[in-house]
Design a protein around this ligand. Structure first.
Ligand SMILES: Nc1ncnc2c1ncn2[C@@H]1O[C@H](COP(=O)(O)OP(=O)(O)OP(=O)(O)O)[C@@H](O)[C@H]1O
Length: 239
């Protein structure tokens, strides 16, 4: 069953067409990676899906409902949770309080503390829960923000380059983290450059190039397409 359907979506900025006639389906329960060389239109497509840009043409469905005209907040209420590229944790607050802020009024009393503890353990941040978020490493701040996105118990987690600026070890841990949420049933759409990470997590991959869908399938099937591997993934590796 498809959770997200992008139908014939285009986005023009003045004379520049950043995304052109894109059809994309994200199935419920999958980890889907969106890849492609610099300037391919990945971030623009991501922003169209989360509602930060209105499309110039086309429509976007979430769980069969047309959400094309909905603001990001309404999409979050429907079950999308978004983590943009740069970490935006509350640096002056302790780690646990960041998680509490994200949980809002969803839980109270002991249930709330249990959920905080569950998330902190999942994020490998239990030992650092009293530290100020600003004192965490870059990778830990990214995990904390992923945890804040998870606190909303979304159906769909949208991640824009979650491993940007991470060491290979942090990148691997991030992949394991994402696979663990997915194993519990969460659908994940990730924009990524790091091919080792894509190999670790992706069940399906879509390649964008010059704003259009260039290829889609499993990573292995895409890598077997010489044109993709040499021309596009080659550039992505070098990024
Ligand atoms: N707000 C904007 N106004 C004008 N042009 C834009 C805007 N956002 C993106 N573009 C242009 O649209 C094209 C696609 O950019 P986009 O950032 O979506 O690509 P990308 O695949 O995410 O690239 P990267 O991997 O480098 O982040 C580029 O030519 C970019 O300059």
């Amino acid at each position: 069953m498809s959770l997200v359907e992008v139908k014939g979506v285009s986005k023009r900025f003045g004379g520049l067409t950043a995304v052109s006639g894109v059809d994309l389906t994200v199935n419920a329960g999958e980890i889907h990676c969106l890849i492609g060389p610099n300037g391919a239109g990945k971030s623009t497509l991501f922003k169209l899906i989360v509602g930060l840009y209105p499309p110039t043409e086309g429509s976007i469905l979430f769980d069969t409902v047309d959400i094309t005209a909905e603001r990001p907040y309404a999409r979050v209420q429907r079950g999308m949770s978004i983590k943009m590229q740069a970490p935006s944790v509350f640096k002056e607050l302790p780690v646990r309080q960041n998680i509490q802020t994200a949980l809002q009024e969803r839980l109270s009393g002991s249930e709330r503390i249990a959920e905080e503890d569950r998330l902190l353990t999942l994020l490998n941040l239990a030992a650092d829960c009293d530290k100020l978020a600003g004192a965490l490493s870059h990778g830990q701040q990214q995990w904390l923000e992923i945890g804040m996105a998870l606190a909303l118990k979304p159906q769909l987690l949208l991640l824009d380059e979650p491993t940007a600026g991470m060491s290979p070890e942090e990148t691997f841990k991030t992949g394991e983290l994402i696979r663990s949420f997915n194993a519990e049933g969460m659908t994940v759409l990730v924009v990524e450059h790091d091919m080792a990470f894509v190999r670790q997590v992706a069940q399906r991959v879509t390649v964008l190039h010059l704003g259009r869908i260039f290829a889609r399938g499993t990573l292995d099937s895409i890598l077997q397409d010489e044109k993709v591997a040499e021309i596009y993934l080659g550039k992505t590796h070098a990024h």
